[in-house]
Design a protein around this ligand. Structure first.
Ligand code: ADP
Length: 477
C-alpha cells in the first residue's frame, strides 16, 4: 500500500515538537506493516542541507504565486518529496516564525502551497507514482485534504491527524480567493470557519478518518471545555475519530545503550543512574545529596502548566526536594524560573534553551519528571521518563492519563504503579502530587518497583503502527 504523508516538520530533518517525532517515526514502523510511505515536506534550508542528492519530479512556474520544484530524496531511511521553493521556505528563523518569534505573515500561503502540491500528487502529478491514501498532519498540511475533496483526487482516501488542537491555522476570509478553490468551498461544510478560513477545520471536515494521538485526548476534544471551538464538528464526526497513542524511538531512547549518559543501565540493575544524577548535579550546580531530584524538560508555557509549577517551587524546596529545569518559552515564565533558581541556590537550577543531549542525561539521572500540563494530546517526555526509570508525576489529562498507572494503594500493592497522576491541573493538586512523590521516594523498595514497572512498559511504535495500518486498510479497500 502506498501512502502520501504531508507534514511541515519531520525528525531528524526539522523539528519544533512532538509532531516531527511522529512524522519521522511512523513511516519506518509502517514499513513492517506493508505500507510504503512517501512524506511531502517543505524545503527549508536545514532540510535541503540534510537530504543529499535529489531528483527532480515536477516544476511549477506558479504555485500560489511563486515558482516551486518538487524533488525526491532518500534520507535517514525516509522516502521524501521536498517542495523546494526558496520564495516560501528559504528564510532565516524557524519553520513558522522569524528570528524574533513572530509568525511569517504569509504562513497561510506557504502551507496552502504545500497542501496544493500534496493534492496534485494525490491526483497523479508525478509519473509512475500515486498514493492509495493521503495522510495529513496538523493545520499546516490540512488543506491538502480540502484541495483533494474539491478537486481531481476527491476519491482518494484521506486521513487527518491532530497533534495539537490549539494550533488551528485560522486566517482572514480575504485570503480565500488566492487559494484557488471553487467558490462553493467557502461554506460551513467547507473551509469557512468563524467567518474566515480554517485550515485545520477544512482538513477535519474533508477527511474520511480523523485521528489524534491518545484515546483520552480524542474524548476530551469533543467537549466544549477542550474542543477549542471544534467540539461540534469533532463530536459530530465521533464515529470517524480515533485515538492512537504515539510510540517512541526505542533505539534513540535506550538507557542500556545511550552514549549521552554518564553511565548506561538496564532495569535489572539501575545503579548507573547514580552517576547520571551526579553529573546532573554538577552540571546544574545543585547540592550533591540524596534528596529527591525532580526534573522538567518542557516548553515553558501555560499549556504545560509551567505557571502552576512556578507557583509551588518554594514548597517543593521546603519539602527537601531539588529541581532541575530545562526549557524555554514564555519570557515571563522563564524569568519566574530563573528568579526561583536565584532564591534557592543549590536546590533549584534552570537552563533556558533546547538541549537534546542534556535531556537524555536528565531522564537518566532524575528521580521524577514533572509534567503538570493543562492539556496534553499525547506527550513524549513521560514515555522517555518511564523508559529511563525517571518516574513521571503528571496531570491526569490526554495522553498523560493513558500512558501510566497511578501509584494508588491498589496499584502499589500489585506492583503495577508506574507514576503519579493528579487532578485537576492546579497548583494545590500538583503540590500534593509532589508530596506523594517525596513520601514514596523515601521508601527505596517501593520506588524501585515503580521504576521497574515503568521500564517494562512497551511504548515502541509497533503497536501504534499496526493500528494506523488497519485504519488505512479499512479506508482503502
Ligand atoms: P510538545 O510537542 O507539546 O512540546 P511533547 O512531550 O509531545 O511536547 O514533545 C516534546 C519533545 O521535545 C520531547 O522529545 C522533549 O524531550 C523535547 N524537548 C522539549 N523541550 C526541550 C528542551 N528544552 N531541550 C531538549 N528537548 C526538549
Amino acid at each position: 500500500m502506498r501512502v502520501l504523508s504531508v507534514a511541515s516538520e519531520i525528525q531528524p530533518l526539522v523539528k519544533t515538537g512532538g509532531l516531527a517525532d511522529v512524522v519521522g517515526a511512523l513511516p519506518l514502523a509502517l514499513a513492517g506493516e506493508g505500507v510504503a510511505t512517501r512524506t511531502l515536506v517543505p524545503g527549508y534550508p536545514e532540510v535541503l542541507a540534510k537530504i543529499g542528492a535529489t531528483e527532480k519530479l515536477h516544476h511549477y512556474d506558479d504555485l500560489l504565486g511563486q515558482p516551486a520544484t518538487l524533488v525526491s530524496a532518500h534520507a535517514h531511511g525516509l522516502d521524501l518529496i521536498v517542495l523546494d521553493s526558496p520564495a516560501f521556505f528559504a528564510r532565516e528563523g524557524g519553520p513558522y516564525d522569524d528570528r524574533a518569534g513572530n509568525g511569517w505573515p504569509d504562513n497561510w500561503r506557504r502551507f496552502a502551497a504545500l497542501s496544493r502540491a500534496g493534492a496534485d500528487i494525490a491526483a497523479g502529478l508525478i509519473d509512475g507514482w500515486s498514493p492509495d491514501l493521503v495522510h495529513a498532519h496538523d493545520w499546516q498540511a490540512a488543506m491538502t485534504l480540502a484541495y483533494m475533496r474539491f478537486g481531481a483526487a476527491h476519491a482518494v482516501p484521506k486521513v487527518m491527524t491532530i497533534h495539537n488542537l490549539a494550533f488551528q491555522g485560522w486566517f482572514d476570509a480575504g485570503i480565500f480567493n488566492a487559494l484557488g478553490l471553487p467558490a462553493g468551498a467557502f461554506s460551513v461544510d467547507g473551509v469557512e470557519y468563524y467567518g474566515g478560513v480554517g485550515f485545520l477545520k477544512a482538513g477535519l471536515i474533508s477527511a474520511d478518518a480523523i485521528t489524534t494521538v491518545s484515546p483520552s485526548y480524542a474524548m476530551e476534544i469533543q467537549s466544549q471545555a477542550e474542543g477549542m471551538g471544534l467540539e461540534g464538528l469533532l463530536s459530530g464526526r465521533a464515529d470517524r475519530l480515533h485515538g492512537i497513542l504515539n510510540g517512541i524511538d526505542t533505539q534513540e531512547w535506550n538507557p542500556a545503550d545511550d552514549r549521552l549518559l554518564a553511565a548506561t543501565y538496564s532495569s535489572d540493575n539501575i545503579a548507573g543512574r547514580v552517576a547520571n544524577r551526579k553529573r546532573i548535579e554538577e552540571s546544574f550546580g545543585l547540592d550533591p545529596d540524596d534528596s529527591p531530584l525532580f526534573i522538567v524538560i518542557s516548553r515553558l508555557t501555560w499549556q504545560k502548566g509551567m505557571d502552576l509549577l512556578a507557583d509551588v517551587i518554594d514548597h517543593l524546596v521546603a519539602r527537601g526536594a531539588k529541581l532541575a529545569v530545562l526549557g524555554s518559552g514564555d519570557r515571563a515564565l522563564e524569568a519566574r524560573f530563573l528568579a526561583a533558581g536565584e532564591r534557592n541556590k543549590g536546590r533549584v537550577a534552570v537552563r533556558i534553551g533546547y538541549d537534546e543531549p542534556l535531556s537524555h542525561l536528565m531522564q537518566g539521572g532524575g528521580d521524577a519528571i514533572l509534567i503538570p500540563s493543562r492539556f496534553e494530546p499525547c506527550g513524549l517526555t513521560q514515555l522517555y521518563g518511564l523508559r529511563y526509570g525517571c518516574v513521571p508525576v503528571v496531570a491526569r489529562v490526554g495522553g498523560l492519563a493513558d500512558t501510566l498507572i497511578d501509584a494508588n494503594e491498589a496499584a502499589l500493592a500489585a506492583g503495577v504503579a508506574t507514576g503519579i497522576q493528579f487532578a485537576p491541573p492546579n497548583a494545590e493538586s500538583l503540590l500534593s502530587a509532589i508530596d506523594r512523590a517525596v513520601v514514596l521516594h523515601a521508601d527505596p523498595s517501593l520506588w524501585k518497583s515503580m521504576q521497574r514497572a515503568g521500564m517494562a512498559a512497551d511504548f515502541s511504535w509497533s503497536k501504534s503502527a499496526a493500528r494506523y495500518a488497519a485504519l488505512y486498510r479499512s479506508l482503502a479497500k
